[in-house]
Design a protein around this ligand. Structure first.
Ligand code: ATP
Length: 328
């Protein structure tokens, strides 16, 4: 613990000052009336990291993100976002945080550029030598692909254009930490790819920490440094896409025919299995297929096991054989 943290704790203030950590969540719980949506959520996001939050509908992803954004008061637990408890976040703290909500339908009569210019003004007092605020509005329009729509009324934008505007509003203040709630819902494939490139640029060139929720496994795999799966009010898995995929690849399904008979076998080592199969039956084996489980398979299996209660009290999966280091 740093000296500053020691002093904070001594005064009953649990805000953190670790420069490498953007978000720290410990034992977070949230109850809506008598329903426990979040039971005990723990995770950390390092600065500059892109974290994808996955989980079934109603798992509590938006609730968690809203708590981190300071828009929702938690029931219990400790939360630190850029060194502050979000419920005590002041204007300066807010200027460092960018938010793209799931559906934001105000300002229909405003023109695109006018709204961004208006929003941009609020960030000017919080400009810093290493992070100028706000962004230049015309460059921002270019960045999100809305230059040609700059004079359009917001109410007349298509769903995808609207999401681009939401994104522009989220990054106009050049945030250190950006929250994106299902950012590419309604994007066409090109807009999706542009968005993925933008996320990479924000993380790589501006060291922006990004926390996004998505139902798109492919998207999570493409843009996230780390994937976190929320189910049953807890984090049931936390690791890089490679860590998840590496384990998945080791449980393949092999299918083949021998004469009129069809066979299916799950195996941890498909290469060795096929070698043995062919050594034993040679040319009798036909229609050989190998299906390597992908991220979607492992995600679905993990959530399914969790929902069926085949997880112990720590949220660890029983029977799936995932390595402990990717489980929480
Ligand atoms: N203001 C509220 N009052 C009562 N219950 C709520 C409230 N907001 C959310 N909930 C409930 O909390 C649970 C978690 O909702 P949340 O929106 O956080 O889930 P999610 O993981 O983001 O879902 P989705 O993938 O569908 O967006 C749901 O059962 C939802 O009905």
């Amino acid at each position: 613990m740093t000296k500053a943290n020691e002093l904070n704790t001594a005064f009953g203030n649990h805000e953190t000052f670790d420069n490498e950590i953007a978000v720290e969540v410990r034992d977070l719980a949230m109850k809506y009336r008598d329903v426990d949506v979040l039971k005990s959520v723990d995770f950390t996001v390092r600065k500059g990291e892109v974290l994808a939050f996955l989980g079934p509908n109603g798992a509590g992803k938006t609730t968690t993100v809203e708590i981190l954004e300071g828009f929702r008061a938690r029931s219990s637990g400790t939360v630190s976002v850029l060194g502050r408890d979000p419920v005590r976040g002041d204007e300066h703290w807010r200027s460092r945080v960018g938010v793209v909500l799931q559906s934001w339908r105000d300002h229909g009569r405003w023109k695109v550029r006018d709204l961004l210019s208006y929003q941009a003004r609020f960030y000017a007092p919080y400009s810093e030598p290493h992070r100028s605020r706000p962004r230049d509005v015309d460059q921002l329009l270019e960045l999100v692909g809305l230059s040609e729509d700059r004079k359009k009324k917001i109410a007349s934008l298509s769903g995808g254009q609207r999401r681009r505007l939401d994104l522009a509003v989220g990054i106009v203040g050049r945030p250190e930490l950006l929250f994106l709630d299902e950012p590419t819902a309604g994007f066409d494939p090109e807009a999706r790819r542009n968005f993925h490139e933008l996320v990479h640029r924000l993380a790589r060139e501006e060291d922006t920490t990004i926390l996004l929720t998505t139902h798109d496994l492919d998207e999570a795999e493409k843009i996230a440094d780390r994937i976190l799966i929320l189910a049953g009010g807890r984090v049931i898995a936390d690791g890089t896409a490679e860590e998840l995929a590496a384990r998945v690849q080791s449980t393949a399904e092999v299918k083949w025919r021998r004469g009129t008979q069809r066979f299916v076998q799950e195996t941890d080592n498909s290469t060795a299995f096929i070698r043995d199969l062919l050594a034993q039956h040679g040319d009798e084996v036909t229609n050989l297929e190998v299906h390597q489980a992908d991220l979607e398979d492992i995600y679905l299996r993990m959530v399914h096991l969790h929902e069926n209660g085949q997880a112990d009290l720590n949220g660890d999966m029983i029977g799936i054989g995932l390595p402990k280091e990717i489980m929480r």
